[in-house]
Design a protein around this ligand. Structure first.
Ligand code: PMP
Length: 426
């Protein structure tokens, strides 16, 4: 097992912020190791030029570096063909690309099945299609925060053209059984999409084992830079799809009245891409690989186990946390509230089955109180408002862990939380 204290030293921001700073917001964005920062600055210092167009050495080198980055990312997620990796800005753009391109093929009466635990980026792009008469259907969760597979199965019908689910919930931490869900989708002839924004950074992910048709994820949550993300898609599907954006790079030939498209993946990469971003993401992949994704996953689970132990030990009055307790099906995300004052009408059924009851110390107050102790957490709806409402609240506080977090960070979180709860209860 790597030394996690040692790993923290690879992240220069912690030297700059002071070694006591506890960053617990990696589900929003991760910090960057020096190797990623260096790969990006080296590109601008030594290799900068545009890709694809130049017949000069510098541009050929940049093109080669960009292509190697694609290959590296492809290998990292178990795709045998780098042509299946489309570089986009982030998971959100990848899912919007799918809503526009797959959406063109759908007709009134078709259905898209998602889950109530989706991030807005796997809800809102599909809502755009409602104007065409396409229906958005939600599979529910069970009281323990896992996906209700019976409910999901019961909502699959011949009208279900797309089934799109998050691999790991950014609020509950739930790891969904994507292989099983993919089988349900394919048995029904539905296209299967996985939002991997919270899984690819934290666990070994193999798109071919999962057998998803598409997967979306963001570089910035996996130690890479902002502005680069990935849409994985099976080649035969990408080839059939209409392009998303038009312009340079994505065409083969352009005439006055029509154009022909470049091969995949370039067909989906209109305009000058984020070359340095792709190179930075590739460096992040190298870094994660050097730790080993099994170790990354185990570390997340260990920190979650400690979280539950600390929860029991500190026994903070009114603390209510969400999501499965079984750390084998839990990403390193811990959402909680303190108190039991329902913010808007109590849904007694939800209270009875233990799904949620609201907040008393507002999560923003929890977050600012932790900030005063040098602990960064997020508060709010975490871009999952339908889930937040399903939990019968309006906001939660969320701590999320990554490779630079240590056991001491978790202990400090709970010591500070206990103090905050005491101050507010006076
Ligand atoms: N899906 C999930 C599950 C997420 O957690 C996030 C980011 N919070 C996204 C999608 C969107 O990622 P991005 O903002 O990088 O597009």
């Amino acid at each position: 097992m790597p030394s996690w204290e040692r790993i923290k030293e690879d992240f220069p921001i912690f030297r700059n912020l002071g070694s006591g700073y506890v960053y617990l917001d990696s589900a929003a964005t991760s910090q960057k190791p020096m190797s990623v920062i260096k790969a990006i600055s080296d590109f601008y210092l030594y290799n900068n030029s545009n890709v694809h167009r130049g017949i000069y050495r510098l541009s050929e080198e940049a093109t080669e570096m960009y292509g190697r980055s694609r290959e590296n990312v492809s290998n990292f997620i178990g795709s045998h063909d780098p042509g299946q990796i489309v570089f986009v800005r982030n998971a959100t753009e990848a899912l919007n690309l799918l809503s526009y391109t797959l959406g063109w093929e759908l007709v009134s009466g078709d259905e898209i099945l998602i889950t109530i635990m989706e991030h807005h980026s796997n809800i809102v792009p599909w809502q755009f299609l409602q104007d065409k008469g396409i229906k958005l259907v939600y599979a529910d969760i069970r009281p323990d925060g896992t996906l209700d597979m019976d409910d999901l199965q019961s909502k699959v019908s011949p009208r279900t053209k797309i089934l799109s689910v998050t691999h790991v919930s950014n609020v509950l931490g739930t790891v969904n059984p994507v292989r099983e869900i993919g089988k349900i989708a394919h048995d029904n002839g539905s296209t299967f999409i996985v939002d991997g924004a919270q899984s690819v950074p934290h666990m070994p992910v193999n798109v071919e084992t999962i057998d998803c048709d598409f997967m979306a994820f963001s570089g910035h949550k996996m130690l890479g830079p902002t502005g680069i993300g990935v849409l994985y898609g099976k080649r035969e599907l990408l080839e059939k799809m209409h392009p998303f954006m038009g312009g340079g790079e994505m065409i083969s030939e352009v005439y006055r009245d029509h154009s022909t498209w470049a091969d995949v993946p370039e067909k989906f990469e209109a305009g000058t891409p984020d070359i340095a971003g792709a190179i930075g993401l590739s460096a992040a992949v190298d870094y994660l690989r050097s730790i080993g994704m099994d170790n990354v996953m185990k570390h997340g689970r260990d920190l979650m186990k400690l979280t539950f132990e600390m929860e029991a030990e500190e026994n903070i009055p009114g603390l209510l946390s969400y999501g499965p307790r079984n750390t084998d099906i839990r990403g390193p995300v811990y959402s909680f509230s303190i108190g039991e004052i329902p913010p808007f009408g109590v849904n007694q059924a939800l209270v009875d089955d233990g799904i949620g009851v609201g907040t008393a110390i507002h999560p923003h107050d929890v977050a600012s109180s932790l900030d005063a102790s040098g602990i960064a957490v997020r508060s709010g709806h975490h871009c999952a408002m339908p889930l937040t409402h399903r939990l019968n609240t309006v906001a939660t506080t969320r701590a999320s862990y990554y490779v630079y977090n240590t056991e001491e960070d978790v202990r400090r979180l709970f010591r500070s939380l206990k103090r905050a709860a005491e101050v507010y209860s006076k």
